[in-house]
Design a protein around this ligand. Sequence first.
Ligand SMILES: [Zn+2]
Length: 448
Amino acid sequence: MKLYDTKSRQLKETTATDGLLTMYCCGPTVYRDAHVGNLRTFLLADLISRVISLTGVKVRLIQNITDVGHMSEDFAGDDKILSQASIEKVSPLEIARKYEEKFHHDLSLLNIGIADSYPRASESIDLMQSMIADLIEKGFAYVGDDKSVYFDAQKFESYGEISGNRLDSLKPGHRYEYHNDGVKKFHADWALWKAAGERSEMIWGSPWGPGYPGWHIECSAMSMKILNQHVDVHVGGIDLRFPHHENERAQSNAVIGHEAVDLWVHGEHLLFEGKKMSKSSGNVVLVSDIMARGIDPLALRLCFLENRYRSQMDLTWNSINAADETIKRWRTKMSTWGQSSAVTIDSEIESAFENDLDTPKVILRLREIEKSNLENKRELFLYADQVLGLYLDRPIAARELTEQMQALLDDRMKARSEKRWADSDALRLQLEDLGLQIKDTADGQSWS
Ligand SMILES: [Zn+2]
């Protein structure tokens, strides 16, 4: 399979060793619900994993759970988990476990496959400490006067290769992480271990005194340990490219002495109704919001598939509704195309999947197959669905329209075409009383 590698800025063939591909995907910071933009990134790892599996290669996927150490500008430089814990008035661990469970629930609603393991930062402290000790010993890290341990950025010469943000272009104070507080040797050095200071919760003993880990070190420690010092494909959202992935790469490479990651894959941003989703603009959309409108959460999965993972996409309620209709239509048609559970490879779909995950092309091809005279439509759809994961063979409870329902639907269509909105609304109520759900889309009314 070919994927776009952010670091070399070109398509690269994935590698595997002895039939096994190792993959690492940066996981959630569990202090709030994952919004649909976060889920788009998590889906990316699932899609790659499914395509690779279809080629006969086994995938080992690790996704971390950040439950300590992720500081935030939103919380005035405080730990995200601790800040949310004080807002919800419960312990930090309760916050972390609550949102971790919700994260797993969201993944299952979107039919995102389960990773081989989900290591938690709070349970990997020893692992991080031993990596930090190793970095100090190898001369890549130092203990500051404040008893925090910092990575010595200038010691890692190829810093910035993923994002293009070279050290000489990073201005002091560029981000809150890059302030020089008088303790660091260089403003771009970052904390691997932070001294506890005033903090009394979520702290651990260490050779450098009580404290807690920085955010970036967890991904290096977990991936290098669990995946045996080599990651074939590293997945994350584009916002993690810098500084998170630059720092992760520096730490991992410094410890093992060679390139730790073969391919850096980044999923692009998601807009909602044309705007960046953010808590402050009040337009954060969760899977539960989609389900509250009676929409199958897999409609969201189809919307993502209709867009290439590395192009910015604008999600809208219209596109979600349209995807919901498409899934229903496909499931209905699948049941009329026979009962076979066999799959037939479609070479166009296969090469689209393997060519940098061109899912929009796959969806177009399915629409073509749908309209064609091919006799094995069901088998071709089932082939694609192994990656699409839309449960297209799920039977839908079919009910025949009665003559009365059909007549009312016809009347309503006529009323709408003549712009008699009051009549159209009254007819909708009559139809709903008969158990039909009516939806008006750009293509006219539809029912279920
Ligand atoms: Zn990470």
